[in-house]
Ligand binder design. Structure first.
Ligand code: G1P
Length: 292
């Protein structure tokens, strides 16, 4: 039973300027909710009770979002969610220097102690009918294999491998496989596969030993992927769990994927989805006429 999770949310969001000039990317709305609310809801649905959010400069509105708001006392939990309405406890720690994802996760050491824990990146939504089922499958795999790390993976196009951590699998044909190599943002011709790390991880406390041994890697930052590669090199069991066809990772790290995420959530909104679809169809006709 994994009870604890860490949400790294300290990234600067420079690829989303000016939208992120004074607000965190994790607070950008996708449909009706800010991104990080989807992440907290997914964790809560997977049975996580305690969540540490790693914040930083200009990230205070994340804390405000999950607080009680006395001015909205009569609003339903749906309109005014709080940590307690989601049945989780939230904790915060600041990453005061932007030294990368590996450095950020290392800040969770006291919080997670000797327990296995989930890491869910605060700028990615798992879009599915039941988004938490991916974590449940990962937890089962992690326990079954007494893994040091279990990582969500998705196939990406070969031209895109340089945007992700990329894993080589022992068996490429199964949903769950041991990972034999992992590399952060490889060059297109050097990627060991097209299986990309998909923003959800489970770690045993062994990850901290590896994090203490990494040096600065891709982008001059301490990379979580490099620590995972050390676990593999030490011969420890590291497993990958593939996202299913009906599970999609929505990444809001850049405008291209942020726009895609917003469109998808708006078009599938239970109340306004049909209206949005008709609106898009009308606009497509207008734009096509203008292009002729
Ligand atoms: C991070 C990780 C990368 C992973 C990606 C999406 O990169 O370092 O390995 O593939 O998230 O989960 P970032 O998008 O922060 O550059």
């Amino acid at each position: 039973m994994i009870r604890k999770a860490v949400i790294p949310a300290a990234g600067l969001g420079t690829r989303l300027l000016p939208a992120t000039k004074s607000q965190p990317k994790e607070m950008l709305p996708v449909g009706r909710k800010p991104v990080i609310q989807y992440v907290v809801e997914e964790l809560a649905a997977a049975g996580i009770k305690d969540i540490l959010i790693i914040t930083g400069h200009k990230k205070r509105s994340i804390e405000d979002h999950f607080d009680e708001d006395p001015t909205l006392q009569n609003a339903s939990p749906e309109l005014c969610p709080t940590a307690s309405s989601m049945h989780v406890q939230l904790f915060y720690v600041r990453q005061s220097v932007p030294l990368g994802l590996g450095h950020a996760v290392n800040l969770a050491k006291d919080f997670t102690g000797d327990e296995d824990f989930v890491v869910a990146l605060g700028d990615s939504i798992i879009h599915a009918a039941k988004p938490h089922e991916l974590l449940i499958r990962m937890m089962k795999c992690h326990r079954h294999n007494s893994a040091a790390a279990t990582i969500a993976l998705e196939r990406v196009s070969h031209e895109d491998v340089g945007k992700y951590g990329i894993a080589a699998l022992e068996d490429d044909s199964t949903e769950v496989s041991r990972i034999i190599e992992i590399v952060e943002k490889p060059q297109v011709g050097e990627a060991p596969s097209n299986c990309a790390v998909a923003a959800r991880y489970i770690f045993s406390p062994q990850i901290y030993g590896a994090l203490s041994r990494i040096t600065k890697g891709y982008g001059g930052e301490y990379q979580l992927t490099d620590a995972i590669q050390l676990l593999i090199r030490d011969g420890l069991p590291v497993f990958g769990v593939m996202l299913r066809d009906d599970e999609k990772r929505l990444d809001i790290g850049g405008f291209d994927t942020y726009f895609e995420a917003f469109f998808l959530l708006a078009l599938t909104d239970p109340e306004l989805g049909k209206h949005m679809l008709n609106w898009v169809k009308r606009w497509l006709q207008v734009i096509e006429r203008q292009c002729r």
